[in-house]
Design a protein around this ligand. Structure first.
Ligand SMILES: [Zn+2]
Length: 195
């Protein structure tokens, strides 16, 4: 899911810092290639912005998306990336809606050989960056109003900043790596109560 894929572009580096996939053009390009099928699915065709143009705009949108995710998982401890960049809730909504609005009004489309109809957009322009961010924002709106929202979690592992979709009710951590690290930390704290 595109919005979750954008939120996941910032992660813990294992040494107390953060790694940002979108910090350089190569990372942005890799992300664009990996998410191209999902973007095409939303838009009904590809968006091919240059990485240098898309990077900063995607980082801005990521702040919006992660702030909205934070509002969902509250009162779970918030991943640090939001604590560092908190947004006014209304401002986050306005920015998301404005970004999604570039795709225009959804139209019902029905191809001759298809058994079911699909949604087609009437974009307000052909700017590839705005088409891309429009698709991500649209994906965020669909997710935040859809059935999967109840599964959104913020990983509670120390220093982890990941949001994830809980696969089953017992899943606590975003990954086995986080689960193992936390088990080791807890064991350490228990056997060294004064440290
Ligand atoms: Zn985690």
């Amino acid at each position: 899911m595109l919005a979750l894929e954008l939120a996941a572009t910032v992660r813990h580096d294992g040494h107390g810092g953060l790694l940002d996939t979108l910090a350089d053009d190569a990372g942005v390009q890799a992300w664009l290639e990996r998410t191209a099928p999902s973007v095409a699915e939303v838009l009904g065709g590809p968006a091919t912005p240059s990485p240098s143009a898309a990077g900063p705009v995607l980082i801005d949108l990521r702040v919006v998306v992660r702030n909205l995710f934070a509002r969902v998982v509250r009162p779970a401890p918030l991943p640090r990336a939001e604590v560092a960049a908190p947004l006014d809730p209304d401002a986050a909504l306005r920015r998301l809606n404005r970004t999604a609005d570039y795709l225009g009004t959804p139209q019902l489309s029905w191809l001759d050989d298809a058994t079911t109809p699909t949604i087609a957009w009437s974009p307000r322009g052909a700017d590839p960056v705005r088409l891309l961010t429009g698709a991500v924002a649209r994906s965020a709106i669909d997710f935040l109003t859809g059935p999967d929202l109840v599964r959104l979690r913020a990983c509670p592992a120390a220093r982890c900043v990941r949001y994830f979709l809980q696969a089953d009710p017992r899943q606590t951590w975003c990954s086995p790596t986080c689960g193992n690290r936390e088990r080791v930390n807890r064991h350490y704290r228990k056997s060294n109560p004064l440290t």
